[in-house]
Each structure stands twice: as C-alpha cells, then as structure tokens.
Design a protein around this ligand. Structure first.
Ligand code: ZN
Length: 330
C-alpha cells in the first residue's frame, strides 16, 4: 500500500461510486507542480516518493490514471515547503501554464516586496497568489494569524490586479477562530477585487470548525472555498447551505490526492490517518486505505446528495464556478 499508486481496489471504488458522479470536464482549483530540485536538501516526503519532475503533463497522466477519460484544467502553484526556492518554482510554474486550461498562482512569502510581487504577476501572467503559513513571520506557524503570512500590502496588489488567493487558514479552530473571521471580513471588505479561496473548506478538516464559523462569511461574495483533501463530511455541506454552491470549487490538492490515507475529525482537532500511524486490523473485513483523491470525491458526493444539488449544480462545482472565476473555459 503505497502513495502515488492506483491499486485494483482503488479502481473498483472509482468504478462503483465515482465514475457516474464525476463530470467529463473538470477544472481543478488546487494543484501543486514542482521539480524535486526546487527544494534545498531533501524534498518533502510526499514529493520525494513521486517523480522527479511533476509538471503539467505529469499531473495530467497521474490524474488520468485515477479518473480515466476526464478532461482536466487547473490552477497550479508550487509546493510550499520551507526549503523551497521561490524563484525557481515560480519560473517553472509560469512556463508550465498555457493561460488557458492551465493557470498559475505565484508562491509568496510575507517578506517579499509588494512591488516585486506585482512585477512577477504582470511579467509572468500569474492569475493569483499562494501564501502559506510555513512562511509566517511568527512561530509556531500553525498558530499564525492570517496577517502573519498574507500581508495587507500583498492584499493591495491582489486588489489592484484582481487576483485570486488560495489561502489555507490555520490556528487550532480554523474558521471558528474569531481572529481568523475578523481578518477575513476586514480583508474582503477592504480589498473587494481580491478574491480569496479558502482551501480545504476553510481548513474544515474538523467540520465543526467550518460549521461554527461559516455564518461570518455569508455575505462576502469575494470569498470562495475549495474541496481539496477534505475527507470528512459536514464542512462542504455547511458551505453549500450557508454561502451557496456557486462559492465552492472542486480541488484535488494534487499530489496530496495521491497520498494513501484519510483525515478525520477527532475531538476539537483532526488527524491524518495513514498506514504509518494506524493499525487497520479488524475481525469483520480486510480494511485498507484508499487514496485521498477518492476519499475526498466521496465526501463531496455525500455533500451534494445531502444538500439536494442537481446535476447541473454539481457541474458548477467541478467546472463552471472555476471557469467563471478565472475566465478559463476550455
Ligand atoms: Zn495544497
């Protein structure tokens, strides 16, 4: 049972549950592309286990193995490890994207000069920004305020240029955290042309957190959410019910999609279960992990079913919402 491999069991699960649910044309709002050489020292574990060069065509071939026959566009960005070479990864992303089915966001650190960010975006035609908590100015970064890794100066650039920002919020209670809610409301009102996409259902790995905080964002039309790597039901439903399905974008979080495991809510937090930390021995069945991509699609399917979405509304989540957001029809 390894990452980056599609087993017979995975294919069975796809055929039984997902083949009839996933539309033929998809826009994936959350894709990481990179080369192993773009990290100083050893690449992050998941990247080290996969191919040395993970470009647009490698992404296409990996996804095609998992979801055969789908036509896939996407918005891509580098892999945000602390050891990443920003210039190398951003140049690579700019080269990989065709400005049509393949779009790119600029990986940023709060230390970057706003003029440099503006210049890179314009010169290399990035459609957005990708900040990450690991680059926050405060430690531990898992407790960082949004301002500590997405600065008002970078929001101003996003506002001026109409950029999207894929934002993975942190702090222990994510969207239930009052400081996170306040920053999101303030940024959304102060920078109305910047369009924030809250990754992982506003980091709703514990759905209770998204449920508790989603009402704070109800009226903010420049905030979207992606479905990426969410494998526990509840957060996607809360978003659909409170903000509407037009604010929800399908995302795979590739290559996290190709990790074998599942993230579940436990108490007031969550845990990524994997073969490395979980004993699946059970007397009633041969329990085995599947890939995050498949768990996440099943979770989305449950949410669409539970909220009574029509086939065309499901298509919105997989394609139309992103195509509208990035003017990216293909
Ligand atoms: Zn990601």
């Amino acid at each position: 049972m390894t990452n980056w491999q599609v087993t017979e069991r995975d294919r069975q699960l796809w055929n039984d549950e997902l083949e009839s649910f996933v539309p033929p044309k998809i826009f994936d709002s959350h894709v990481h592309l990179y080369e192993q050489s773009q990290f100083q020292g050893a690449p992050p574990a998941l990247c080290a286990e996969g191919p040395a060069v993970v470009n647009w065509s490698e992404f296409q071939s990996q996804m095609n193995d998992l979801m055969p026959g789908r036509q896939i566009g996407g918005t891509c960005f580098g892999f945000p490890a602390i050891t990443v070479d920003f210039a190398a990864t951003n140049d690579f992303l700019a080269q990989e994207c065709d400005h049509r089915a393949a779009r790119a966001q600029l990986l940023i650190s709060p230390a970057m000069d706003a003029d440099y960010v503006r210049e890179q975006v314009l010169k290399q035609r990035f459609v957005g920004l990708k900040p990450y908590h690991l680059f926050a100015t405060t430690k531990p970064t898992f407790a960082a305020l949004i301002e500590n890794f997405l600065t008002p100066a970078h929001m101003q650039v996003a506002h001026e240029l109409g950029l999207t920002i894929t934002l993975h919020i942190v702090r222990s209670r994510a969207l239930a955290d009052r400081a996170n809610q306040e920053t999101l409301e303030r940024y959304a009102r102060q920078f109305p042309n910047a369009r924030m996409i809250l990754a992982h259902a506003a980091r709703g790995f514990n759905p209770q957190h998204t449920l508790a905080g989603i009402h704070a964002l109800r009226d903010l039309r420049n905030i979207w959410f992606d479905t990426s790597a969410v494998t526990d039901a509840g957060a996607l439903e809360a978003i659909i019910r409170t903000c509407g399905h037009r604010q929800l974008l399908y995302g795979s979080d590739f290559p996290v999609s190709h990790l074998r495991g599942r993230c579940v809510a436990i108490g007031d937090s969550f845990l990524w279960l994997s073969p490395a930390n979980t004993n699946l021995a059970a007397p009633y069945a041969d329990v085995q992990f599947t890939l995050v991509a498949l768990e996440s699609l099943r979770t989305l399917k449950v949410a669409c079913y539970a909220t009574g979405l029509s086939d065309s509304q499901v298509l919105d989540i997989f394609y139309e919402n992103s195509a509208d957001l990035w003017n990216a029809r293909f």
